[in-house]
Design a protein around this ligand. Sequence first.
Ligand code: BEZ
Length: 210
Amino acid sequence: MSLRLGDIAPNFRAVTTIGEIDFYEYLGEGWGILFSHPADYTPVCTTELGMTAKLQSEFASRNTRVLAVSVDPVDKHFEWVKDINETQQCTVGFPIIADPDRTVADLYDMIHPNSSENFTVRSLFIIGPDKKVKLIITYPASTGRNFVEVLRVLDSLQLTAHYSVATPANWKQGEDVIVVPAVSTEDAVKKFPKGVNVVKPYLRYTPQPD
Ligand code: BEZ
């Protein structure tokens, strides 16, 4: 059965490019991003892992640990990482899980047989400190993901975990946010001292509260 938002992200042990890990121990008390790619030595995946490597400090500043996974063995990952570092001008510092027996792929339903019987699709999960699944996205092999968008969602998730707000379309860090419908305008004025702009009774903006 596939995972849904709010489900507990399953734990696992796996061989990775930084050694054997326990997923939960690796995440610790922080946030996590687990993302699959179809196979090593493929062009789009090379750019995706390179981009993730370049954004490593952005993920770290959000207390977020990143792990990639594919069904290739770890020796192949080690060799491929040299190519990623060379061609994408980066240093891959996050673990790449070797999943030849598909333990992780099956736990996270990353193989979609109508797409490919053998390879994982581009699945991405954001996992909160409570180990619950906060975001699931699935892209086809032919389309590389936008990791700046992943950071944007992470910002939204981390903000909305602490304040009674939601983020509007195309929101970016620092822009106004929306007061959630469950909070009355009277309470919103007390909760958000930076001010509440009531456009409609159901559409109320406030400056980013943190
Ligand atoms: C790629 O990562 O480049 C790729 C993988 C499978 C199919 C198409 C592209």
